[in-house]
Ligand binder design. Structure first.
Ligand code: ZN
Ligand code: ZN
Length: 372
């Protein structure tokens, strides 16, 4: 039997946000691939835990899930939980909790004698349109290059000595009254090693910072939170190998269109006569315009789907839909002619003595009230 998202996180349906967060933290750590090398079951469980958290931590998705279950989430464009690069995204949720270097591949993890991670992340802001249709962008960034003079140590002779302040333990005792607290050594910042004399080339940092620029093609359909990897444009380690550059996408909102994954939503005004008559109306879309054929008597707030008028999926040829929610508008004022026409119309619907047939029905229904 399939477990539901609450069962996966071992919480109750009434759990608050904090509880969900804590449960996720616990379960994600337990099943993290780094801790369960080659364990397929743990890997599957880790994916499920992330999937459960993605839904339950989002009020809107949680409400849909509570009412309609997983199937409900498939409908409104919520179906694709894997995002860009699949598993890579799960790493992202994870690292936002635990910091970089744990959630990702071991490449980003810095080795103990390296002063920086080899992979680099830069944010890139895109307009709503740029994200939907793709574009080319020049990205300015600064990468670190391990100092050759000092072998990345920051020390003039290339050697590190045992930190004299903490004697290599990385911690020092601070006394407050009768109590002594252990604290990270301020001299070596906990590494236990220190520099006798700073390297003059890198001023003791162990690396130099270099400005760089790269032109990248943003594919059609990217969305906020996705990462694009640019091969070998990251930091250069001591051994000369260069890490990757990750470009994290941030997309601006639009004033007219609302995007939910590959679907586009728009609230569109429809004049009451158009709705009553079921006319065809022109609707703006992200690519121009489309025709919406209203049914006779379309209702305020009713939603219509314009197929394939949404965003092209970043991984496939699938194109999302545009969902048009109509809001029916009435005239604020009437001229004499319009007034006359509407009065005639009103009469033709059988409105007499201030009453319509449907209203009469109500009086008949409650007739018993007045008989005692
Ligand atoms: Zn120290
Ligand atoms: Zn140096």
């Amino acid at each position: 039997m399939e477990l539901d998202y609450y069962e996966i996180l071992e919480i109750t349906q009434s759990a608050d946000k904090d509880t969900i967060k804590k449960a996720y933290r616990k379960m994600a750590l337990k099943y993290h691939p780094d801790r369960n090398q080659g364990d397929k079951e743990a890997e599957d469980k880790f994916k499920l835990v992330n999937e459960a958290y993605e839904v339950l931590s989002n009020d809107e998705k949680r409400a849909i899930y509570d009412r309609y279950g997983k199937d409900g989430l498939k409908g409104g464009g919520f179906g694709n939980t894997s995002g860009f690069g699949g598993f890579e995204d799960l790493g992202d949720i994870f690292s936002s909790f635990f910091g970089d270097g744990f959630g990702r591949s071991s490449r980003r993890k810095k080795t103990s004698d390296e002063k920086f991670a080899s992979d680099l992340i830069v944010n890139l802001r895109l307009s709503f349109k740029e994200a939907i249709f793709g574009c080319k962008k020049n990205i300015d960034f600064v990468y670190k290059n391990s100092c050759k003079t000092c072998q990345g140590t920051g020390s003039k002779d290339g050697k590190l000595q045992t930190c004299p302040k903490c004697k290599g333990s990385g911690q020092v005792g601070i006394s407050q009254g009768f109590i002594t607290f252990a604290q990270t050594c301020p001299e070596c910042k906990g590494s236990g090693e220190s520099i006798r004399e700073k390297c003059s080339d890198c001023k003791g940092k162990g690396y130099e910072e270099i400005k760089d620029q790269v032109e990248i093609s943003i594919p059609e359909g990217v969305d906020s939170g996705m990462n694009l990897r640019v091969n070998s444009k990251g930091n250069i380690s001591k051994n000369g190998s260069r890490g990757d550059l990750y470009v994290k996408i941030i997309v601006d909102e639009d004033r007219t269109f609302i995007r939910d994954e590959n679907d586009i939503y728009i609230e569109y005004p429809v004049f009451f006569t158009q709705a009553i008559l079921g006319q065809s109306v022109k609707v703006p879309t992200i690519r121009g315009e489309a025709v919406l054929n209203l049914p006779k008597g379309a209702k305020d707030g009713q939603r219509f789907v314009l197929e394939k008028e949404g965003v092209k999926d970043v991984h496939s040829s699938y194109i999302g839909n545009q969902i048009v929610q109509i809001s029916i508008k009435f005239p604020n004022s009437l001229n004499d002619e319009q007034k006359e026409l509407l009065e005639k119309l009103s009469e033709s619907f059988g409105i007499k003595d201030g009453m319509h047939q449907e209203q009469k029905g109500f009086f008949e229904k409650i007739a018993d009230w007045f008989k005692s």
